[in-house]
Design a protein around this ligand. Structure first.
Ligand code: V47
Length: 366
């Protein structure tokens, strides 16, 4: 194969060469390719390959959104090992936000509100519905991305209705898309060891499939950097790729680096090298996902910025107050200003594009 100057990469790790050949000829990568990327120390080559694929999808642009994350309560009936955020009634850090507190956090400058919380032991489905309804009434221009598949499944159980009915009722009050949380790692071994009381992979996929069929776009996450193996990471990505082939609707893939906090699952957070390989692996394997998100809250601002040259095309957003990672002692800032996100993207040599929750472009900073 004759390569143009643009396509030439000097490989230190020869195991990557067949992957590059497959990328250039437009062939789909497989499990072994994903593993070769995660096992490789040839970061320069990995970055160039992933950036090439990213450029084919979104050119020089990197997206961000003016958003706010709302975590209405951390009271949760579950006991997932990786979660320092959840609380039981009576715990010092347990909280419930009032509707006024929720609405105070929002403003018309925002394009997206991302809502996710705990499975509250006594709240009814109507309480969760009401949060969406009141936000929609107070801020009609903010798009609402709310409740993970885990919460949607919980609503169906407490209200004794189907997933379809839950989503229809949420749509009536203003829901527009679903976040990608709750996927964790699809491996049954990891499920059993770290979140066995929470829904497993089958149900997570079922909720997203139904949501996509009903016209709700969604995201998909992977929680890595704990007890999962590289094989389990790659298999997770491949299952997402299959699901996207069958029922398209995923907008972005978001690798979430575990914040070890007091979880006891890892001594320290995954290294920057590990983060970059995982982002790049996602970009290379998930050929049917438009975006890979570099979630600065968990990666830290520096690594998140570097990841923009390793296949990531989205920084998420301004966020405001984030609790899930920060209860687990994340070192990242509490929120970032629009100017800071623009600067991070420009510093990575990319063109900032402000978007809404559904990836409609609102402004390009070129
Ligand atoms: O599902 C919990 C994870 C997720 C920890 O869709 C932890 O745009 C790291 O899903 N360390 C919630 N992660 C966050 C989430 C998300 C974030 C950003 C954007 C989007 C989107 C979705 O956070 C949970 C769980 O996988 N999580 N505890 C922890 N200690």
């Amino acid at each position: 194969m004759t390569l143009t100057a643009q396509e030439e990469i000097i490989f230190q790790d020869e195991a990557l060469i067949p992957i590059w050949e497959r990328v250039l000829s437009g062939r789909r990568l497989g499990r072994e390719d994903g593993l070769a990327v995660l096992n490789s120390w040839d970061l320069t080559a990995i970055g160039k390959m992933a950036d090439h694929v990213k450029r084919k999808k979104s050119g020089d642009r990197v997206y961000f959104v003016m958003n706010r994350q709302i975590n209405p309560t951390n009271l949760c009936v579950l006991d997932c090992t990786f979660c320092d955020f959840a609380a039981k009634p009576g715990d010092d850090h347990a909280y419930e936000m009032s509707m006024d507190e929720i609405l105070e956090k929002l403003g018309d400058e925002l394009s997206e509100v991302h809502i996710v919380g705990g499975l509250h032991p006594t709240w009814k489905f109507e309480d969760y519905l009401n949060i969406v309804k009141r936000i929609r009434e107070a801020f009609p221009s903010i798009q609402i991305k709310a409740w993970t598949a885990v919460e949607i499944d919980w609503f169906a159980r407490i209200a004794r209705i189907s997933i379809e009915e839950v989503l229809e009722r949420l749509r009536e009050v203003g829901l527009q898309s679903l976040p990608g949380g709750g996927a964790e790692v699809f491996s049954e071994r990891v499920h059993e060891a770290t979140f066995k009381h929470k829904m497993g992979a089958e149900r997570w996929f079922e909720v997203h499939r139904i949501a996509h069929e009903m016209g709700f776009p969604s995201n998909a996450t992977l929680l890595y950097g704990h007890i999962e193996t590289y094989e389990e990471r790659v298999d997770h990505m491949l299952r997402l790729r299959d699901a996207q082939d069958e029922t398209p609707g995923f907008m972005s893939f978001i690798p979430l680096a575990l914040q070890p906090g007091n979880t006891g699952l890892a001594e320290r957070q995954a290294s920057a090298i590990e983060d970059l390989r995982t982002v790049a692996c996602g970009r290379l394997l998930l050929d049917n996902f438009d975006h890979i998100k570099s979630y600065w809250v968990m990666l830290g601002e520096e690594t998140a910025s570097v990841a923009l040259n390793f296949g990531a095309s989205d920084l998420d957003g301004t966020i405001g107050e984030e609790k899930i990672a920060h209860y687990a002692q994340a070192k990242s800032a509490i929120g970032l200003a629009r100017d800071k996100l623009v600067e991070m993207i420009r510093e990575a040599g990319k063109v900032p594009a402000e978007r809404d929750a559904l990836y409609n472009v609102l402004r390009v900073y070129d």
